[in-house]
Design a protein around this ligand. Structure first.
Ligand SMILES: [Zn+2]
Length: 436
């Protein structure tokens, strides 16, 4: 089967991205582009391909009208993996007859190949979409997407190409049990928190530890961290969480459903329940997580400075500036020494819009008896960069995944079942064929 061979070929190219671009082996990324050209000659004949920043691949499939185009996005970089504890090595693309093994099969080469397989069959059938479809393939999503997706979005902006919506990776079809409901849920991301990292610097007196001052740089830093962890940013129910609750309501008991349909009224109860789970708790507030600290060079020397890095995920309604002002208001004496990453929260996409409806309709055909569930993504995808060039962004990976399978993403033993892979091709074919 060609589709399987193509996915295997894609997985075997170890396109591992690194935060430091000098550590990345770019020759493999070049090979990946060449591999696609060889695997899909018809696509490369009929679609225009623009290489953005060398490795970003932006395909334009010309449609029959000048109406606003849409974007299907995926990324072909992967996180690193060693052979340890993998049943089949991560870059083997091994096919055991039921599953294709390897890094990227789920995140996100599986989707990229499925999109191209679907387009290839539609081209063979001489299908012309009603308007332009872009395939936007980033190459550094796992490390922030600044070289890939961000540059592709800039190119679209510069060329005044504005899209109706983008469909990118994100939620999947999962068992409803995790949300306490019977049917399977097709979880569609409609907004992303803003992902930020700052380094906070604290000053102290240098000197010998035998004659310490009243407060040290390390002590000041520790007090700050302790304070922030005990006084996190305010809880808030956003529209993105309200639509999730409303979508789940029909599957709950009468009393629960009533509460979920009226989140404004019952916000104190709902907050209490949602706070019990780390995942849902993160949807209720801007979170601050301290991830790195640095101070000192000797066990008996007082350091002049101490610093810590906080990863801050901004909730819709908050701003980066507002949260920094909040942290300053706690009264600790720090400087912001480094802005490692700065991103505001994205807008919340229209849950009643044309794009959402089309995704839902496609889900209903390919995954019948599944309930579409819009939700706020606490993790990030490339799609956030398309805010300015697209009316809406939806994040959905058309795969049915068990909890165990979800754990293999960025973990050990990642694979995609044949069934999932072919369903995904079917999903994208149906999606593109039935555009209105
Ligand atoms: Zn991904």
């Amino acid at each position: 089967m060609d589709a399987i061979k193509h996915l295997q070929g894609a997985v075997r190219l170890a396109t591992v991205s690194h935060s430091d671009p000098y550590q990345t082996d770019w020759s493999v990324f070049r090979e990946f582009g060449e591999f696609l050209a060889e695997a899909y000659p018809l696509i490369h004949e009929k679609l225009e391909l623009q290489r953005i920043n060398d490795f970003g691949l932006l395909y334009r499939w010309p449609g029959s009208s000048e109406e606003k185009p849409l974007i299907l996005a995926a990324h072909y970089d992967v996180v690193a993996a060693t052979d340890e504890d993998w049943e089949h090595p991560p870059f083997s693309g091994h096919d055991d007859g039921e599953r294709i093994w390897g890094r990227g099969t789920l995140d996100d080469k599986g989707s990229l190949i499925a999109i191209l397989e679907a387009a290839n069959s539609l081209l063979e059938a001489e299908y012309v979409p009603p308007y332009d479809i872009y395939f936007a393939f980033g190459f550094d999503e796992e490390v922030g997407g600044e070289l890939g997706a961000q540059e592709i979005a800039k190119y679209l902006l510069k060329n005044k190409i504005h899209c109706r919506y983008i469909l990118d990776e994100g939620g999947a079809v999962t068992e409803g049990k995790s949300m306490g409901v019977e049917p399977d849920l097709a979880v569609i991301g409609i907004a992303e928190k803003g992902n930020n990292s700052f380094r906070f610097l604290f000053h102290g007196e240098e000197g010998h530890s035998s004659i310490p001052p009243k407060s040290s740089a390390v002590g000041k830093m520790a007090a700050f961290i302790h304070d922030v962890e005990n006084k996190p940013p305010k809880l808030r129910m956003t529209e993105a969480v309200e639509v999730t609750l409303k979508a789940l309501a029909p599957f709950k008991s009468k009393a629960e459903a009533f509460v979920m349909r009226n989140p404004g009224l019952f916000s104190p109860i709902l907050k209490k329940v949602l706070l019990k789970n780390k995942q849902t708790a993160a949807m209720l507030r801007t979170t601050v997580a301290f991830t790195m600290t640095e101070a000192g060079s000797g066990h008996n020397v007082l350091p002049r400075t101490a610093s810590c890095v906080a990863n801050i995920r901004i909730l819709q309604g908050d701003t980066v500036e507002g949260i920094l002002a909040y942290l300053r208001s706690l009264g600790h004496d720090f400087e912001i020494a480094e802005e490692i990453m700065v991103n505001e929260a994205t807008a919340i996409s229209d849950v009643k819009g044309e794009g959402m409806q089309h995704i839902k309709d496609t889900i209903a055909r390919i995954y019948p008896d599944t309930v579409a569930l819009p939700y706020l993504m606490v993790g990030g995808t490339d799609s956030r960069y398309y805010d300015k060039v697209s009316d809406n962004a939806y994040c959905f990976l058309p795969n049915k995944l068990s909890g165990k399978e979800l754990d293999t993403v960025h973990g050990r033993g990642e694979y995609i079942s044949h069934e999932n892979f072919f369903k995904m091709i079917e999903f994208y074919s149906d999606f593109m064929l039935n555009l209105r």
